[in-house]
Design a protein around this ligand. Structure first.
Ligand code: NAD
Length: 439
């Protein structure tokens, strides 16, 4: 029986979907827990998994009852795919970003549907190759950006498209997410621009906070619910406080086809996390959307709409575990209950283009000298590296669109601008950034 027929039959008989996971540690741990939970609900069945170091996961193997569940463990993902290709109905790829393209291709070539962790890649030209590969896929790949699944978000997007709030004039986002120095030591590719001659571009923008960039482009897309608006012009200043090759602090203003004023500040060089608030300023209302508001151990999506006439509308919706919701939503697509995945690979063109243009615009990643940094003990045995006064510098940027160089901050370095047509300069710019980082 071919793969498509087996998926249809699964739907008819309500059989659990047969899954393999590439990776066991890091975020792959969240995939394992989510799929174990779906297995308990009889929606999924994990047949196999792999890691380059499976010996490191004895505790996890025990805790997740893998032996009893009959999960076969490999140390090489190709061997796993070859042995299980005829019976698997889906593979999840929560593996390092620069390996996504090759892993996606190996799955597609074996007619295996893929749930790929975000971002698909951070290299625009590799993304174009992945889109080519995807043409051969028997079912569209889903890219696991966490928040598109939220009903409250989708309902609000429908209302924006219908023009209920007027034109979007501006969108802002502040993401101060502290990370210990050890975050960048957890894997060889963390905080890298390039590894093994491959573009990685791991950063707060491309990795941990990428969800919010994808969300902003989602609000801007006018064509239909599942549309993401391409960026046209990007102004950026990039900095590093941690000892990494890439950037950990990004100030960016941009315009897309539909929205002229987008302001984003992201950093891992801070000591206190800000709430993840997407602010959408429309001609008739201001919208505050918080996708991950926590209260009493639960998390919520919350939207507050403040109309120009003073009327206020507030809605809340409890989040289930977002990884489970996203994987379950992909299973619904594979079994024919939904007609498309939430984010397809080609839906990521605007995000990946935006990511790459910040480097092309800035052309430099300025190091913040020691005297402007502070080391803050959060009582967890390691100290946060924080840029002094980052909160007020970020606020000034969001409120008045003044980059650090325009605020005359002593460590600031004037950035630059890039248009989407400048994407052709990606490799040259990244090569030059790598050389500068070595000096
Ligand atoms: N959706 C989210 O909220 C979220 C959160 C964190 C990370 N992520 C994404 O998850 C992915 C993995 O990130 P991470 O930080 O966990 O990475 P990681 O470097 O910790 O790798 C995850 C696991 O993959 C294994 N691995 C590496 N190479 C492999 C190979 N060739 N074959 C099999 N296994 C291999 C590693 O040993 C590790 O156990 C990334 O795409 C990241 O952006 C998503």
């Amino acid at each position: 029986m071919d793969k498509k027929t087996s998926l249809i039959k699964m739907n008819q008989r309500n059989h659990p979907l047969r899954i393999g996971i590439i990776g066991m540690g890091g975020f792959a741990g969240a995939h394992h827990s989510a799929i174990y939970e779906l297995e308990k609900r009889n929606l999924a069945k994990l047949l196999c998994t792999c890691d380059i170091h499976p010996e490191n996961f004895k505790k996890q193997i025990q805790e997740l009852n893998m032996e009893k569940r009959g999960v076969k463990i490999f140390n090489n993902y190709i061997n796993m795919l070859d042995e299980f290709k005829d019976i698997l109905q889906m593979v999840t790829i929560p593996a390092p970003i620069h390996l996504h393209a090759e892993m996606h291709r190996e799955c597609v070539n074996r007619k295996l549907p893929v749930y790929l962790e975000k971002p698909p890649t951070l290299d625009y030209f590799e993304l174009l190759q992945m889109i080519e590969t995807e043409k051969k896929a028997i079912k569209n790949t889903n890219v696991g950006f966490n928040y598109i699944v939220q009903d409250l978000r989708q309902d609000l997007k429908r209302r924006i498209i219908q023009g209920e709030f007027g034109e979007i004039k501006k969108i802002t986002f502040t993401g101060l997410w502290p990370r210990y120095p050890s975050y960048f030591k957890r894997s060889q590719w963390a905080g890298r621009l390039i590894i093994d001659n491959k573009i990685v571009l791991d950063s707060c923008f491309g990795n941990a906070l990428s969800h919010f960039i994808h969300n902003i482009l989602f609000w801007c897309g006018k064509k239909n619910l599942f549309s993401w608006d391409p960026v046209k012009i990007v102004h950026a200043e990039l900095y590093r406080a941690h000892q990494i090759q890439s950037t950990d602090t990004v100030f960016v203003s941009a315009s897309t086809e539909n929205v002229r004023d987008i302001r984003i500040i992201l950093t891992h060089a801070c000591a206190k996390k800000t709430p993840d608030i997407e602010k959408i300023y429309c001609s008739d209302a201001e919208i505050v959307f918080e996708g991950n508001k926590s209260n009493n151990g639960k998390t919520f999506a919350e939207s507050t709409i403040e109309w120009k006439d003073g009327k206020i509308e507030r809605k809340q919706q409890e989040n289930q575990n977002l990884v489970i919701s996203n994987i379950q939503r992909y299973i619904d697509y594979l079994s024919g209950k939904e007609n498309r995945p939430l984010t397809k690979i080609d839906d990521c063109i605007p995000f990946v283009m935006f990511n790459d243009l910040i480097y092309i615009a800035a052309e430099d990643i300025a190091c913040i000298p020691e005297q402007y940094l502070e080391y803050i003990d959060a009582g967890e045995g390691e100290k946060f590296i924080a840029i002094k006064n980052i909160e007020s510098i970020a606020e000034e940027f969001i409120e008045r669109k003044k980059f650090p160089s325009e605020q005359k901050i002593p460590w600031a370095h004037k950035g630059g601008v890039a248009k989407n047509t400048d994407i052709t300069r990606l490799n040259t710019v990244i090569q030059s950034l790598v050389e500068k980082a070595q000096n």
